[in-house]
Write a protein that binds this ligand. Structure first.
Ligand code: FPP
Length: 247
């Protein structure tokens, strides 16, 4: 891996390509999800190593409920197992885990593992790992907007940042401004993920299927990010200089 970088970055990942990875190998789709969990472990280690402070993973979108019941069951089985088996290691590694998304449609057994993992890791200060489950950005924004009626609509329209606490409430945990959004699996879309939080995110799409993605790919993504110029709607610094020099 290339030399360690120290970045205080929020990296969000749409983990796509598990199913195709498996089918290409003549395996059932669930084998791709299982391999995807191994990638999650690798990428969490990579994020710690690279000094990323926040990592948000899109594990299950609200639209994923429309998948065959057996696949949904397998994904939740894997998620539960991950939370149950990894919480202690995450705690040791200084990782704080939170789940964002709707909780009212999750099974009690899943909710129990989420609560346990969140409280066990609450003191983690090296990396904030957010796992998006039953997550829909539009849904979160729409539910947060309902709160605007009751709370200062004029102030919020003047300063959209005041909307953030309402969104945090709708998500169950803070979404956080995204610096770099990565999507594996070759598709180039956002699929209702962190739409508000990614307003100024750099986007990176890779053809690697999620089970193939590793720390080296994450490090390469950060290098690509470092080559980008983030302007947040302003003009490049040297442009300002040349304009002022001609005034
Ligand atoms: C997308 O691949 C992946 C998912 C919908 C599920 C992701 C879940 C995991 C990696 C397992 C659990 C996660 C954690 C955080 C432990 P796809 O099935 O849409 O792939 P395809 O586009 O090739 O069909």
């Amino acid at each position: 891996m290339q030399s360690k970088q120290r970045e205080r970055l929020h990296v969000a990942i749409i983990m796509d390509g598990n199913g195709r990875w498996a089918l290409r190998r003549g395996l059932p789709r669930v084998a791709g999800h299982r391999a995807g969990v191994a990638t999650v472990r690798r990428v969490v280690e990579g994020a710690l190593d690279l000094g990323i402070v926040r990592l948000t993973l899109y594990a299950f979108s609200s639209d994923n409920w429309s998948r065959p019941g057996s696949e949904v069951q397998s994904i939740f089985w894997l998620l539960r197992a991950f939370l149950r088996l990894e919480a202690e290691r995450l705690q040791r590694r200084g990782v704080r885990l939170n789940v964002i998304g709707r909780r009212d449609r999750l099974a009690k057994a899943v909710l129990r593992e989420i609560d346990r993992a969140e409280s066990m890791t609450a003191a983690g200060s090296c990396l904030h790992l957010c796992v998006a489950i039953d997550y829909s950005s539009r849904d979160a924004i729409a539910r947060a907007a309902v709160g605007v009626n009751a709370s200062l609509p004029n102030e919020i329209s003047r300063s959209p940042d005041l909307f953030r606490p309402l969104l945090t409430q709708a998500l169950g945990a803070e979404g956080g401004e995204v610096d770099l959004l990565i999507r594996t699996g070759g598709e180039k879309r956002l699929s209702d993920f962190l739409l508000w939080e990614s307003a100024y995110a750099e986007l990176l799409f890779t053809d690697r299927m999620w089970p193939e993605f590793d720390e080296t790919d994450l490090a390469a993504a950060l290098e690509e990010f470092n080559r980008r110029e983030r302007r947040f709607g302003a003009v490049p610094t040297n442009t300002v200089e040349s304009v002022t020099s001609t005034v």
